[in-house]
Design a protein. Structure first.
Length: 208
């Protein structure tokens, strides 16, 4: 099943309708009570991230898949350009976005910067603390992400942090963030793809 595509904004418009579509998906695919709760929690995390975006933005939310494999999508565009964002960030003593804490905060930061200036991937990496990867170089095969010039995968990030956490204090802190994150503990993977002025966030959940 593929749900209706719901327009949502960081002002809260469309959020309730998006969650109703999430429940409709769970009912249609006859998901178990626990699986339905997991899908709703993932949807709430995604929508909550959009609500935290500082500037007016419009996104489209939908879900596709079946009772075994579920994909939650959120594609976004924003009005704020990189110069305006830098002006806002200069107000902060540190010059950084202090709300970008936790794994969802970092993903949101990635989304915001990607929307503001596609060519400024280096800034995305530096400010989010998460490296972006060239999806073509990764040999990615997901048709939903193939057209994204850059992408980030939670699963690959988790694997690299786990490998480094014994020898790096930064990696150890990142691992602690992952252990406390709802989305990191429920989702099988989260991918963020950036192409021009559009960012696509896809959350994958398997019930096999």
């Amino acid at each position: 099943m593929e749900t209706d595509k719901i327009f949502v904004s960081n002002s809260g418009a469309g959020m309730e309708k998006a969650l109703k579509e999430t429940e409709r998906f769970a009912q249609y695919e006859k998901l178990s009570h626990k699986a339905g709760i997991h899908v709703r929690l993932l949807a709430e995390e995604m929508l909550g991230m959009i609500r935290a975006v500082a500037e007016p933005s419009q996104s489209v939310f939908w879900i596709d898949g079946n009772a075994r494999e579920v994909r939650l999508h959120l594609t976004s565009r924003a009005e704020m350009d990189i110069d305006k964002r830098d002006e806002l960030m200069s107000v902060s003593t540190s010059g950084k976005n202090i709300s970008a804490v936790g794994i969802m905060g970092k993903i949101r930061e990635m989304v915001e910067i990607g929307l503001q200036h596609y060519d400024d991937i280096g800034k995305t990496e530096a400010e989010s603390g998460i490296p972006m990867l060239d999806y073509g170089a990764m040999g990615g095969e997901d048709p939903m992400m193939l057209q994204s010039m850059y992408t980030w995968s939670l699963q690959k990030y988790r694997d690299s942090v786990k490998e480094a956490k014994e020898d790096s204090e930064i990696a150890a802190e990142a691992w602690d963030e992952l252990e406390k994150s709802i989305i990191a503990n429920i989702a099988d993977d989260v991918q963020v793809g950036i192409m021009k002025d559009t960012v696509e966030l896809i959350v994958y959940k398997s019930f096999m």
